[in-house]
Ligand binder design. Structure first.
Ligand SMILES: Cc1cc2nc3c(=O)[nH]c(=O)nc-3n(C[C@H](O)[C@H](O)[C@H](O)COP(=O)(O)OP(=O)(O)OC[C@H]3O[C@@H](n4cnc5c(N)ncnc54)[C@H](O)[C@@H]3O)c2cc1C
Length: 485
């Protein structure tokens, strides 16, 4: 729980830190030249990946004269973490392709990018931050007019014996992926054990299968892909089992054994031999440095923001995996650590830091995953989420072909709709199939956002031609069934 300090206390704290860092000495104590004059245009961004760099670029596009200073603890910036599993699998062999833009691009755009600089504390009343230059092990205090917290999240490491052994990894950063890639190419590393059956665990699983490894997944819950509908979890499970993956649901990690390297994973149900262990147990917002700053955090440590990405403290904004985000369909803030919202919220924050009052339209929870030969996607509320919001809803599941029977390549599609019982309004949708499932969910995301009814969906004028769809698309069929139920 964040503690709020009054202005006097924060000023004292800032002075103490300045003294600790030898910036404020008895000789210059009365001199305030170490404090930059405020011209209203110095924007500091903490964190240089999706939210941070989309904000930095947008600021410069909107106002070339704005001073944009970015502090990033790591040396890697502006990379697509979403591409890491495909670098491990070898679908992409060029690590450089993971970077959206080279660092020089930002420098040329007039953005001052300080890598290996961790922000260790913020002082909102004095509009200052304490920065640790990790390269030179020096400290400094910097001043902001507007501050964006875009510090993302880190992989959760379980507090179990052996989690620090060699051969045990999380997948969060480029160096993580590089180390795993080196390992999966070793002839003696053939058995992978993945702890956690969420989307990152499943993407890791696919990467390991592509590298010819034998894979076991252990998942504490009773099904994979807990954020998706159970019907989709079941289809994912069948697909992975078809490819030889051993799936142990309802099984919890106890410890990892081995001399120096991981050799065995012990669970509450037994043990599994493994040459490599991937921990995919979720993420935790990087917000510890905000302790005592007065910035309000949610229960999981994410910064609470409004739809303009403002925190509870003036001139401080937050976006991305370190923050909560407004959900259009739930009408309240949720934690949804995904790349799309991080980029979009970074942009909204950028415009607002320059004086606009743009409101983020809100997330729907749209997400997709490829599981070997099938696609699974979801948007809006799942049944579990609708029940959590105490909604009176119906669940409709249909299985329909994607193409007419006479056209080559027909495959089945499963679509599930969640609709409000009284009005028929669409609240959520999920789909699974070998092809076309994700694109259908994109269409259904628009329907959910617009609040269309199942009845309208049943008659929606979707494209029809035999190479692409049936005359009654699977979405029309699902809408019709939901409207009748
Ligand atoms: C393997 C994997 C696959 C993914 N796949 C998808 C996908 O398919 N679709 C999707 O939408 N999303 C996906 N994501 C999620 C997506 O990558 C994140 O939502 C996105 O990267 C969040 O961006 P961000 O800028 O908020 O945070 P981050 O990417 O976490 O970046 C935050 C940066 O802040 C820095 N930082 C932290 N604390 C400090 C500090 N005190 N001082 C200075 N710097 C600091 C960190 O070093 C980090 O570089 C995936 C993530 C992973 C790991």
């Amino acid at each position: 729980m964040a503690v709020a300090y009054d202005e006097k206390q924060i000023k004292t704290l800032v002075r103490e830190v300045l003294k600790d860092m030898s910036i404020l000495t008895p000789e210059n104590e009365s001199d305030t030249s170490h404090e930059r004059a405020c011209n209203g245009r110095k924007i500091i961004i903490i964190g240089a990946v999706a939210a941070g760099m989309s904000a930095a670029s947008k600021i410069k596009r909107l106002d070339k004269s704005a001073e944009v200073m970015v502090y990033e603890a790591d040396e890697h910036v502006s990379y697509g973490a979403c591409g890491l599993p495909y670098y491990i699998s070898g679908d992409n062999d060029d690590v450089k392709k993971l970077y959206a833009r080279p660092q020089e691009f930002f420098t040329k755009a007039g953005i001052t990018l300080n890598t290996k600089h961790a922000v260790t504390k913020i002082f909102p009343v004095d509009k200052k931050i304490a920065v640790h230059d990790l390269k030179n092990n020096e400290f400094k205090i910097d001043h902001y007019d507007k501050l964006l917290i875009a510090t993302g999240a880190r992989a959760v490491t379980p507090d179990v014996e052996g989690a620090d052994k060699q051969g045990v990894y999380s997948i969060k950063t480029v160096p993580d992926a590089e180390k795993i890639r080196e390992d999966v190419l070793r002839p003696d590393v053939r058995r992978a054990l993945i702890v956690g059956g969420g989307y990152i665990g499943l993407e890791a699983c696919e990467a390991m299968l592509k590298r010819g490894m034998r894979v076991t997944i252990i998942e504490a819950a009773d099904r994979l892909l807990g954020a998706f509908e159970p019907e989709m979890s079941e289809l994912a499970r069948k697909e992975l089992e078809k490819h030889g993956v051993s799936i142990k649901t309802g099984e919890k990690l106890v410890k990892i054994e081995g001399a120096t390297r991981a050799e065995r994973v012990v669970t509450d149900k037994g043990s599994h031999e493994a040459d490599l262990v991937i921990l995919a147990l979720g993420i935790k917002p990087n917000t510890e440095f905000l302790a005592d700053s007065g910035v309000l955090l949610s229960e999981n440590g994410a910064v609470i923001t409004d739809r303009e990405m403002r925190t509870n403290i003036g001139d401080i904004y937050a976006a991305g995996d370190c923050a909560t985000v407004y959900s259009h369909i739930a009408g309240e803030n949720v934690y949804l650590p995904l790349g799309g919202p991080a980029n979009k919220c970074g942009r909204v924050a950028a415009a607002n830091m320059l004086g606009a009052s743009d409101k983020f339209i809100g997330v729907l929870g749209s997400a997709a995953i490829k599981v070997m030969d099938i696609e699974i996607a979801t948007t809006g509320l799942t049944a579990v989420q609708a029940a959590g919001l105490k909604m009176d809803f119906a669940e409709t599941v249909v299985a329909a072909p994607d193409l007419p029977h006479y056209y080559p390549g027909q495959t089945p599609l499963t679509i599930k709709l969640i609709s409000e019982k009284k009005s028929g309004k669409l609240l959520g949708a999920s789909a699974c199939g070998e092809k076309g499932a994700v694109l259908r969910i994109d269409a259904l995301a628009v329907a959910v956002y617009a609040g269309l009814s199942a009845e309208t969906l049943s008659m929606m004028d979707f494209c029809y031609a035999p190479p692409f769809a049936t005359v009654w698309d699977a979405m029309n069929i699902a809408g019709g069934k939901a409207a009748r139920e």
